[in-house]
Design a protein around this ligand. Structure first.
Ligand code: AMP
Length: 218
């Protein structure tokens, strides 16, 4: 069972992928997380990736396809993959389909998380996460319960803001979503893989919907 979570930045893909991962023994494959790890390396390619991401632009198809392919090969012991932030272009979608076929697998379900654009900026600007475990917080919507302490892992070593969670970078990310990624909604609809959920529902309600849809495909 392999699932794609599709939606603009701030739709909640990462949060939902993590919740599903825990419950269904699936593995989240987030190209954003892979690239964040790659950009911190002091290599030429690391520096290029850092700049592209900070501006909110897309890294080349070749780089992300390579990263996905490596990570699929490394992880065989799971009930399936949850693709989060990948594919983001039609080229990547075709490449993923080929990659899955070459491993006698397929994409079984694509869930579009739909959120009103005006809500996205508010959701993203003010977002931060725990340095240690990556738990995501928000200044207004979800601050940590005890100031400076992660609710999840009790780390007191601090929180980090993503460099591309500024209003300016977010506008570029949204622009790129509509220019490059949103046509994947029609692409997967035509392939009869698409289900849409309202990304503005409470996190637990969305999780229940995603869990049922995924379980029905297992
Ligand atoms: P995310 O964590 O999914 O919001 O991704 C953060 C940033 O990583 C994006 O704004 C892009 O710069 C880059 N990125 C992540 N996934 C992809 C992808 N599939 N294709 C190209 N760039 C990506």
């Amino acid at each position: 069972m392999n699932l794609i979570l599709l939606g603009p930045p701030g739709a909640g893909k990462g949060t939902q992928a993590k919740l599903l991962e825990q419950k269904l023994n699936m593995l989240q494959l987030s190209t954003g997380d892979m690239l964040r790890a790659a950009k911190d390396k002091e290599s030429e390619i690391g520096k290029k990736i850092k700049l592209i991401m900070a501006e909110g632009n897309l890294v080349t198809d070749e780089i992300v396809i390579e990263l996905i392919s490596e990570n699929i090969d490394k992880s065989s012991k799971c009930a399936g993959f949850i693709f989060d932030g990948f594919p983001r272009t039609l080229y990547q979608a075709d490449a993923l389909s080929e990659l899955m076929s070459s491993k006698n697998q397929s994409i079984d379900l694509v869930i579009e998380m739909r959120v009103d654009d005006s809500q996205l900026i508010e959701r993203i600007v003010g977002r931060y996460s725990c340095k240690e475990c990556g738990e995501v917080y928000h200044k207004v919507n979800r601050p940590e319960q005890k100031k400076g302490v992660c609710d999840n892992c009790e780390n007191i070593d601090g929180f980090i803001f993503r460099e591309d969670d500024t209003e300016e970078a977010l506008r570029t990310r949204l622009f790129n979503y509509y220019r490059e990624t949103s046509s994947l909604v029609g692409y997967y609809y035509a392939k009869k893989k698409l289900t849409t959920v309202d990304g503005l529902l409470p996190i637990e309600t969305i999780h229940d919907l995603l869990y049922q849809a995924t379980k029905n495909n297992l």
